[in-house]
Design a protein around this ligand. Structure first.
Ligand SMILES: Cc1cc2nc3c(=O)[nH]c(=O)nc-3n(C[C@H](O)[C@H](O)[C@H](O)COP(=O)(O)OP(=O)(O)OC[C@H]3O[C@@H](n4cnc5c(N)ncnc54)[C@H](O)[C@@H]3O)c2cc1C
Length: 333
């Protein structure tokens, strides 16, 4: 039976941003509800080792997200397995509908629906994901010390990834289907000057090849799009850098986004143009895209939601500030 839930803070999304927002919002007595979507735990649930989460030398992505989920539940956040399919931000309280037919009436909303790396769509790419295929050079470069890797793509991210990888790997081969990069000229100059980088123009990836238990990437099958000539190259890793897509289809037209769909927020803030609606994590961040930055923004969003509620209730502004400080002190205990 369809149910209506009321909350001071509805958190949409359950990655590092959503769970961190939930922890802070629950500790501020906002009794948050987290609607977790199709991927509770978010993007880290599809990776293996995470070695850049502070406090964990190495932890499996799904284990880290289980811990965050458990902590959010422990602080009192209500976690729901459902998907938000429609939002009405035209007046407060905000009204959001779920896929299951439930209604969420919320005084504030924190959007933390993240983004998804775009993939090539090859079955072999998914088979070796986290076993030599990566969508994040900053996250995984250190696993390829003195190895040979391929970067696929031609935009700023691909060029940045290739340059970043040269600090770790022996050789980077860039594979691009066209004969020019879309990346900024200054980045391209750096790329072409780097002796560790080879560029293959007019080339696409047909298959990623690997073996062993646990499986690992050993090579790549490439094809020249002009001649159709196929080539097999031995390599150790493939970094797919063809872009990211923010998960904002539900919010487009409801809250300002940039042309690529990333939610726009005020400088140094998670506040959107709609008072009471906040956005945190990869859904608003096209630059850093890290678990720790997403978590940091989740914290900001919850604190800003709490401040917003305090300022819009009978509390005086002073009391709102006091409560915010109490929350910060609590967080450092
Ligand atoms: C393969 C891979 C490996 C990575 N490795 C690392 C690493 O080692 N270290 C690192 O720091 N970062 C890594 N990253 C990046 C990191 O995972 C992201 O930066 C981080 O997960 C972003 O967190 P987020 O909370 O913003 O969003 P996400 O993790 O993307 O979570 C989004 C959440 O929103 C939910 N959602 C989406 N739409 C809806 C909806 N309509 N209704 C309800 N819920 C919805 C989803 O179910 C999900 O729970 C990696 C990413 C990938 C893809």
């Amino acid at each position: 039976m369809a149910t209506t839930f009321k909350t001071k803070a509805l958190i949409i999304g359950a990655g590092p941003a959503g769970y961190t927002a939930a922890i802070y919002a629950a500790r501020a007595n906002l009794e948050p509800i987290v609607v977790q979507g199709l991927q509770p735990g978010g993007q880290l649930t599809i990776t293996s080792d995470v070695e850049n989460w502070p406090g964990e030398t190495s932890i499996l992505g799904p284990d880290l997200m289980d811990k965050m989920q458990a902590q959010a539940a422990h602080t009192g956040a209500k976690l729901v397995y459902d998907l938000i399919s429609e939002v009405d931000f035209s007046k407060r309280p905000f009204v959001c509908q779920s896929d299951a037919g439930d209604t969420y009436v919320a005084d504030t909303v924190i959007i933390a629906t993240g983004a998804q790396a775009k993939w090539l769509g090859l079955p072999s790419e998914q088979a070796f994901l986290g076993q030599g295929v990566s969508g994040c050079a900053v996250c995984d470069a250190a696993f390829f010390k003195n190895k040979d890797v391929v970067v696929v793509g031609g935009g700023n991210t691909a060029v940045e990834d290739a340059l970043y990888l040269t600090r770790h790997v022996r050789k980077v081969t860039m594979v691009h289907r066209r004969d020019t990069f879309r990346a900024e000229k200054v980045m391209q100059d750096r790329l072409f000057a780097n002796p560790k980088i080879e560029v293959l123009w007019h080339t696409v990836v047909d298959e990623i090849v690997g073996d062993g238990v646990p499986s690992r990437v050993t090579g790549i099958k490439l094809r020249d799009v002009r001649t159709g000539a196929a080539e097999h190259r031995p390599i150790d890793g493939v970094f797919v850098a063809i872009g990211h897509a923010p998960a904002t289809s539900v919010f487009v037209g409801k809250v300002p986004t940039d042309p690529d769909g990333y939610i726009l927020t005020k400088p140094d803030s998670t506040a959107t143009a709609i008072p009471g609606v906040f956005a945190a994590g990869d859904v608003k961040d096209r630059i850093y895209r890290q678990a720790v930055t997403a978590a940091g923004m989740g914290c900001m969003a919850a604190l800003e939601a709490e401040k917003f509620l305090a300022e819009h209730s009978h509390d005086s502004g002073e009391r709102a500030e006091e409560r915010r400080e109490e929350q910060m002190i609590g967080a450092w205990d």
